[in-house]
Design a binder for this molecule. Sequence first.
Ligand SMILES: *Cc1c(COP(=O)(O)O)cnc(C)c1O
Length: 404
Amino acid sequence: MSHTPNRQDFDHYMAPNYAPQQVIPVRGEGSRLWDQQGREYIDFAGGIAVNSLGHCHPVLVDALKDQGEKLWHLSNVFTNEPALNLAKALVDRTFADKVFLCSSGGEANEAALKLARRWAVDNHGEHKDKIISFYQSFHGRTFFTVSVGGQPKYSQGFGPVPGGILHADYNDLESVRKLVGDDTCAIMVEPMQGEGGIVPGTQDFLQGLRDLCDEHNALLIFDEVQTGVGRSGELYAYKNYGITPDILTSAKSLGGGFPVGAMLATDAVAKSLVIGTHGSTYGGNALASAVALAAVEFIDTPEVLEGVKKRHDLFREHLETINRKYGVFKEIRGMGLLMGAQMSDAYEGRAKDILPLAIEEGLMALIAGPNVLRMAPSLVIPEADIAEGMARLERAIERLVAAT
Ligand SMILES: *Cc1c(COP(=O)(O)O)cnc(C)c1O
């Protein structure tokens, strides 16, 4: 008889760097999931802002099946039609002139940082090497990206970190002014901090960064790995602000669940990525590109993007209604369908305690740090699923309050 995998297998066979929930989902459709026992869940987590069209959306399944029967992979010794179509779709829809494809957000940011350094060497000289980023930011888990990220717990304990990296306070332009200079190569910033607690950048702050970069001949890099591809109510969050970066990185929602990443850049910057400077075996993989193209074309329509804004209002109304009863949240914030609810003082640090209760009630949600309940559902989640998910969230919160 074949072995049915269980949660103990995780502890036996998997590296111990994660602590997954006890239940093991086996099937998904839209914004609903079912576990091994057949219990059903509503998904407000979206695979951490990845499942942009929910689970097994027919448009993505069709793209995957169709390409899966034609051609999967070639390496970059050859190019392929889906990769070219995806790159064109991204260029046509954004500020960018050139696209580098890869397989994850961390890889897209690694490419962005390496490109920025190379651009500075090419155009200004070796001395222009300082990268400014922000405390609480998250840019991935490669060694360069954890070092640029503003959460020291992710970069400490691995030996000497790469140099030339400076951290400022998010939404505090003055703290950036103290660090910026003619040796600044780039400023890397999430237009809204995701892992750091769902903190939107202010218009003045992001505009100020743009101005400082222009003043000092530095590049502005927007990490839109979490905010990109419809999540914010626009294809990319920079469009909400009307502030254009020089480099933008995208992943998560881009593949709707298929691993894919992209770095977008202007011609003037991208031209430093000459033959041989960078690469990725899987970058531009035909299967990944076909799925991402289908996701981008489906999401970047007025219907879907307007729908995200409408659903944002619904999420906010439901959360406010829950909060009027239980007073657990201090602030409800976010953009589009990337929402955070910061716990009130009486429940400081307790956001993480909601998650197992929610699972018991049949709801998957997320946190962003111990103090913020985070939601990143499908961009097309049906209104009925929002209502039912919120009813389940309310029961979880009722239990949290009763047990306090
Ligand atoms: C998730 C995330 C990353 C890292 O993406 P991976 O695909 O896990 O490498 C980078 N930046 C931001 C803003 C993210 O949310």
